[in-house]
Design a protein around this ligand. Structure first.
Ligand code: AMP
Ligand code: GLY
Length: 421
């Protein structure tokens, strides 16, 4: 290792956070981000994340030593297989292993075969049968489109009428092939925690646990989004809880995937819910979370590059993983209207000095020399403190210094960590 040429695939806040951390590595020679955003402008190459053959071509031509994939789309399309076929090193799961996120029913089958605690479930391909089942189990229940639906394929139905409508919405509505199959699940209650793990196929190392804030509005109201903010670590998390999750959820998943001949290399993200009956898993994601990665990278003390490298070599057990003591908070500033139709092209002015905090870019671009918004989630304002209170104060003070007219953001990121639980 050393003198490495590295390519990050993606254009969100997650990829800016990865690039920001990688750029600090003494092992790095040259960094590229495809296609990147205004925050990664020093490293950008203009290739879309779904253009796998162009990415392979670029990596061959530029002699890229390691490629790191951010979003799920190229993973589910088989970018890892395509790179490996031509002998290129890449961090992320193969297409077969990426099905843990790409298909809810596949994920549930794996959970069941490994005896992993999760919500009871059933899969349907016929709307009438699905409705009969909904009537039999009653509300609340949860309905999920089987395939990838950009985080929007899940409906938590608190009454029977909503549940019956959700069957039609998912199976005949806007989800296309993702909604041909429908998974209906038992409703679980508890605090949610995202646990991301580095995996090399055999060994899994947990990162610091994170709480995301998915609903658009304060108090967890409003429509679901990709995530409006995060903080880490949540006080509800304990060493005993982590040991239990590693033993009952993480390790069995890796073992089953290995036994099936599809070992998992990359980041496996466990969407957990802490119920009265212990931790259960709601979902897998086969990648770094967004905006989880922003706080995780802020708290990672070790060099990221050797850890990713070790994963691709099956030598993660030899890697060192150290975390800072403090707390990190990331407040997402989104475009007005997000997650529905939103305005683009709003000029943004950032302050010049903000100490050790970081403003991670997501949907940003540059037009005639001016920083502008170009997506739904635009900035991830990330601060660190000795305590959660301090980190929140720093993050929100910086948000106030950012000139982003009509920006939409939540004012209660991390507040759930201050409440007695
Ligand atoms: P998913 O994409 O599967 O994580 O679902 C999105 C969100 O829906 C989760 O973060 C939960 O808040 C909620 N959810 C999913 N499954 C369940 C369940 N079985 N019980 C309660 N809430 C759920
Ligand atoms: N923040 C949730 C996700 O990345 O899926």
């Amino acid at each position: 290792m050393g003198n490495l040429r590295v390519l990050v695939v993606g254009s969100g806040g997650r990829e800016h956070a990865l690039a920001w951390k990688l750029a600090q590595s003494p092992e790095l020679q040259r960094l590229y981000v495809a296609p990147g955003n205004a925050g990664t402008v020093l490293w950008n190459v203009d290739i879309p994340v779904r253009d796998i053959s162009a990415l392979v071509g670029f990596a061959l031509k530029e002699k890229i030593d390691l490629t790191i994939v951010g979003p799920e789309d190229p993973l589910s399309m088989g970018i890892v297989d395509a790179f490996q076929e031509v002998g290129l090193r890449i961090f992320g799961p193969t297409q077969a292993a990426a099905r843990l996120e790409g298909s809810k029913s596949f994920a549930k089958t794996i959970m069941d075969s490994a005896g992993i605690p999760t919500a009871a479930w059933k899969m349907f391909e016929e709307p009438e049968q699905a409705k009969a089942y909904v009537r039999a189990i009653g509300a609340p229940c949860v309905l999920k489109a089987d395939g990838l639906a950009a985080g929007k394929g899940v409906i938590v139905a608190m009454d029977l009428e909503t549940a019956l409508q959700a069957v039609d919405e998912i199976m005949e509505g806007s989800f296309g092939t993702a909604g041909k199959k429908l998974v209906i699940e038992e409703y679980l209650e508890g605090q949610e925690v995202s646990l991301l793990c580095f995996c090399d196929g055999v060994t899994a190392y947990p990162m610091v646990p994170v709480q995301d804030h998915k609903p658009a509005l304060d108090g967890d109201r409003g429509l679901n989004t990709g995530g409006m903010g995060t903080y880490s670590p949540p006080p509800i998390w304990t060493a005993e809880l982590e040991a239990k999750v590693m033993r009952d959820i993480v390790s069995p998943t890796l073992q089953v995937m290995r036994e099936r001949g599809t070992p998992f290399q990359g980041v496996l993200f466990f969407g957990l819910i802490l119920t009265g009956k212990g931790p259960k898993i709601l979902e897998y994601n086969v990648r770094f979370g967004d905006p989880e990665t922003q706080v995780v990278m802020k708290l990672l003390k070790s060099d990221l590059l050797p850890i990713l490298w070790a994963c691709t070599e099956g030598r993660l057990a030899e890697a060192r993983l150290e975390w800072k003591e403090g707390v990190a908070v990331c407040v997402v500033m989104a475009a007005p209207g997000y997650p529905l139709a939103y305005t683009k092209g709003i000029p943004i002015h950032l302050p010049e000095n903000y100490q050790d905090s970081v403003i991670f870019h997501a949907g940003t671009g540059i037009s005639e020399g001016q920083l502008i918004s170009s997506g739904g989630r635009v900035l991830g304002v990330t601060a660190e403190g000795k305590t959660l209170q301090q980190a929140r104060e720093k993050a929100y003070a910086l948000v106030e210094q950012i000139d982003f007219p009509r920006a939409h953001f939540r004012r209660d990121i991390g507040a759930k960590g201050l409440e007695p639980s």
